[in-house]
Design a protein around this ligand. Structure first.
Ligand code: ATP
Ligand code: MG
Length: 324
């Protein structure tokens, strides 16, 4: 099965990106044909610093590799290096329902967050995402819960295109990793953790002391009982999910372990667990930071492989649309 997913180079990766998306990539690359992109054309839809973009692209690539994405098994490349992404986005825009774009949660939230500082890119974001996915005739898209709406719109776009121009694209499905699909913000457990809100994040590459500090001060409630109850205790529930995913133990067992011990003891134990789990990734990243040439070679190899698929799809699409 062809698998596609991407991560934006909008800042350091956080544990939500890891537990919601990258963990799935690691599983899938063992058996499926995976294409993973650093989606820089998406990253420029919110305010950013052009001087920092190349560094962020390299950083995101290094995160993929440090987390265990294997360039021998998966195609890893930078979106803007394959012009067919932008080209297909334009073509698919002609069959995309405008009303659907206006309804997207990400569009509503980000246009509110960056009011007056962004353009139509954020509205058209899902068309580019559909192009990313459909360019590789993808069947499965491993993502966090927040992206489900965009994958659903991708199916609509594929269906409309197929109907109008003849069967071309499979209708891709999203894939989630159970409770990891939506890790909540440390500072506000009713919102999702997001790179574009730095206070919300526990970064994969935060120093151990920073991880401890952030977990100890994560927003919870005034109670004392460590119990999973996302409605009444969103903060503690989020920390329990993180504990469960990093320890590979069911939430029930963790609740039992911390029965009667209060939040501070639970948080301290969680901090130890996260620090221990992230240690190998952090070590690998430090090594990769010193090997820029090697990382760029991987991206170049990825570009070549991705381009072969992209060019063949765009040719077919243009022919079907009467452009060739
Ligand atoms: P931004 O704020 O710039 O949108 P982000 O944190 O949402 O950053 P993306 O690059 O947009 O990160 O998303 C990369 C992948 O991580 C996507 O599959 C997305 O669904 C997933 N993801 C993002 N945030 C979370 C989260 N809090 N929990 C689980 N998965 C997440
Ligand atoms: Mg996002």
């Amino acid at each position: 099965m062809r698998v596609f997913s991407g991560i934006q180079p909008t800042g350091g990766l956080h544990i939500g990106n890891y537990l919601g998306a990258i963990k799935q990539f690691l599983e899938l690359q063992e058996t499926e044909e995976c294409v993973f992109s650093v989606v820089d054309l998406h990253a420029i839809t919110i305010p950013y610093n052009p001087q920092e973009l190349q560094k962020n692209i390299l950083d995101t690539t290094i995160c993929y590799l440090a987390a265990g994405i294997d360039p021998e098994k998966s195609i890893v490349f930078v979106q803007s290096q394959i012009p067919e992404h932008a080209e297909l986005a334009w073509l698919l825009g002609t069959v995309t329902p405008t009303g659907d774009l206006l309804r997207m949660t990400q569009y509503k939230e980000k246009s509110k967050q960056f009011k007056g500082k962004i353009g139509a890119g954020i509205l058209n974001y899902p068309i580019l995402m559909a192009a990313d996915i459909l360019l590789y005739k993808t069947e499965l898209v491993p993502v966090g819960q927040d992206q489900d709406q965009h994958v659903e719109l991708t199916r609509t776009i594929a269906r409309r295109f197929n109907k109008q121009f003849g069967k071309t694209f499979p209708e891709p499905k999203s894939r989630f990793l159970g409770p990891g699909a939506k890790i909540m913000a440390l500072n506000d457990p009713k919102k999702k953790m997001s790179k574009s809100i730095p206070q919300s994040c526990l970064y994969l590459f935060d120093e151990p002391e920073v991880i401890r500090k952030k977990i100890m001060s994560a927003v919870t409630d005034t109670g004392k009982v460590v119990r999973y109850d996302p409605k009444k205790k969103p903060g503690i529930s989020n920390l329990l999910v993180i504990y469960s995913l990093f320890s590979q133990k069911p939430i029930k067992e963790i609740e039992k372990k911390f029965k009667g011990s209060g939040y501070a003891k639970f948080k301290k134990s969680l901090a130890d667990l996260v620090v221990k789990n992230l240690e190998p990734l952090q070590k690998k990243r430090k090594e990769l930071l010193k090997r820029e040439v090697y990382v760029k070679e991987i991206l170049e190899r990825g570009r070549k492989k991705a381009q072969a698929i992209a060019q063949s799809t765009i040719k077919e699409v243009k022919r079907k649309m009467g452009l060739e």
